[in-house]
Ligand binder design. Structure first.
Ligand SMILES: NC(=O)c1ccc[n+]([C@@H]2O[C@H](COP(=O)([O-])OP(=O)(O)OC[C@H]3O[C@@H](n4cnc5c(N)ncnc54)[C@H](O)[C@@H]3O)[C@@H](O)[C@H]2O)c1
Length: 282
């Protein structure tokens, strides 16, 4: 018995890196998988069918069931295309993993509108289009479902050179929290992963190069068991959570508000804010 027997999963950007690891594990656990990948380069240029085809071939070789889809997550038509792949081949959809991603790092003062737009189109708009298209289908099917988004430590904490990427990933954080509230009644859980993994997106980053044995220590295969858990019936009561996965370490990210305080007089003055800033932050 697999944890995802009888389920149909759409995984975006599943032609490589973390998405590929999700697809292989989900299929091993019994899911029928739509392996979506546009097949372009790391910066969002180009396209091709090879990446998705290769992962489908790997799944089939291992005895699983999958279909390739080459649509871009960045358009409504792309999201419709993915849903159509699931419905025409497998008759339904139960799980969506929004994983597709691109990177265009540049210090903020040098960032171009294209750097900003491409990153937002794939991460933020892509997550929106796919989530809405699939959530509407889940509502029609009436049996609940799972949406797993992909945010980033960069979006939650900030990172030099990633104003575009961190803004989009922070957007995915807020989006996940709101969807969890809105889709609760339809029994659709919505959670997000904040992974760190050695992939083509990160292999040349100094941060990862500083990790001894990064390729093994931070293999994408560490991330996928957490995605599997969030996709399975084992996590029916878990929604709106942001799960960090860095190699074997799993943690939760939580937004905190300090207890706060009120002014001594009728209203705050700038001087009193300066004076009591430490107290406000406690
Ligand atoms: N690797 C990390 O350390 C790390 C850290 C934080 C967040 N993430 C996020 O995890 C996700 C997976 O990243 P990865 O590290 O496996 O990178 P990756 O580059 O190996 O994989 C991303 C995949 O998305 C596909 N893709 C890009 N644009 C697409 C589009 N418009 N439509 C469909 N597919 C598209 C690419 O072809 C690629 O196969 C991304 O959302 C990324 O931002 C990764």
């Amino acid at each position: 018995m697999g944890l995802l027997d009888g389920k149909v999963a759409i995984i975006t950007g599943a032609g490589g890196g973390i998405g590929r690891a999700h697809a292989l594990l989900f299929a091993k656990e019994g899911a029928k998988v739509v392996v979506n990948d546009l097949g372009g380069d790391r910066a969002g240029g180009g396209k091709g069918s090879e990446l998705a085809d290769q992962v489908v071939a790997e799944i089939k070789k291992a005895g699983g069931d999958a279909v390739a889809n080459y649509d871009s997550v960045s358009t409504r038509e792309g999201a419709d295309g993915m849903l159509w792949s699931a419905l025409s081949k497998f008759g339904k959809v139960d799980i969506l993993v929004n994983n597709a991603g691109v990177l265009r790092d540049r210090s903020f003062l040098n960032m171009t509108d294209a750097d900003w737009n491409v990153v937002f189109d794939v991460h933020m708009k892509g997550t929106y289009f796919c989530a809405q298209t699939i959530a509407r289908q889940l509502k029609v099917q009436g049996k609940g479902g799972r949406i797993i988004n992909t945010t980033s430590v960069s979006g939650l904490m900030g990172n030099f050179g990633q104003a575009n990427y961190s803004a989009a990933k922070a957007g995915i954080y807020g989006f996940t929290r709101t969807l969890a509230i809105e889709l609760r009644k339809a029994n659709v859980t919505v959670n997000a992963l904040a992974p760190v993994a050695y992939t083509r997106m990160t292999e040349d980053l100094p941060m990862l190069q500083a990790v001894p044995n990064a390729k093994e220590m931070l293999a994408p295969e560490h991330i996928s068991p957490v995605a599997l858990f969030l996709a399975s019936d084992l996590s029916a009561d878990i929604t709106g959570t942001i799960v960090g996965v860095q190699g074997p370490k799993v943690s939760l990210y939580k937004m905190i508000e300090t207890s706060g305080t009120t002014p001594k007089g009728a209203a705050w003055t700038a001087e009193e804010l300066r004076e009591r800033w430490g107290e406000i932050g406690k």
